[in-house]
Design a binder for this molecule. Sequence first.
Ligand code: CA
Length: 395
Amino acid sequence: MAGRRAIGLMLAAGMTLGAALPASASFESCLARLRQDAVRAGVSEATVMAALGSVDYDEKAVRFSGSQPEYKTPIWDYLAFLVDAERISDGKKMMQKHAKTLALVEKTYGVDRYIVAAVWGVESDYGQFHGDFHVPHALANVACFGRRAKYFRSELIESLKIVDRGDVRLKDLKGSWAGAFGQTQFMPSTYRRLAVDFDGDKRRDLVNSVPDALASTANYLKKGGWTTGMPWGYEVSVPAGYHGPSGRKRRATVSDWGKRGIRHLDGGELTGAASAALLLPAGTKGPAFLVFKNFDVIYSYNVAESYALAISHLADRLRGGGAFNKAWPTNDPGLSRAQRLELQKLLLRAGYDIGEVDGRVGEATRDGIRKAEARHGLPQTGRPGRRVYEALGGR
Ligand code: CA
């Protein structure tokens, strides 16, 4: 999401904190205050009543907002899921279909069309998935019962202003529990600042208009400091036993990295005055990357290095590039989305009650995985990895 997303959309499932049903009187009085605040902030009464006249308690939204991610996703799971064969081939098709728009967006904003397409692919699967929650209802719930009530109240009011301006219809405001919505998963306040009308109908509609969505993503990246013509970075090779600096904030010139022994994959010397950082997402035994300022710009979209790497890598794959040269340092690699679905089917077939087969690995699925791992004599990780997948008969 652009702006702030507490937890990745796809990682948000599977939390532990249960939320008790609040007294309905307190919810009603909280809603009444929210309606008042919205009108005072300039939202029309018609929109306020249509959106907040009656709101059901949403246990799921409140639970998600109150939960801590108790599970740290390994980088190889994250990338296997976000940059899978399906997302690469879908992306190539969608880039062809919207070639004219992407070319015009690239020309207008100076942002690499492959990066724009990759953001689109990761945020909403190229416009196919916007999120399960009705944004004003979810935001009203988390503003009343969640942490950071003030922040969510203000996002709620921003979301209603979007409706008031005629940019997006109320019923189209579908998104995450935290309020990120549309093909770009912008937070409502990000929407106000950075959404643009690119198809010329005078509405900034990031839900139904692909040109508006792609241009808004490019605008976000441009305003974030995108440098036209610069790459995000590239994979490099690090000498065995490297103990030098690394990390996104440890910057040096490309030549300086060369002096520290870092090389192009083909062994070629690194030279140049551009400022770069050495990224080692899984330590020196995994793939290494030299990243430039544009990587930081992508990072700002969702403040996670794994996210920025997924976008960067997907963009390279859409461009026709291959997998990373070096494998992740694991004997239990991650699964694609298709394999996750298959894993859930295999778990069900083997008698583990994992709930719905939806490809989302939540707590019930992790539980089933742990039990299956135990039965097959594997370490109990709860991870959707290749080892348990194959043990259950997946291929
Ligand atoms: Ca428009």
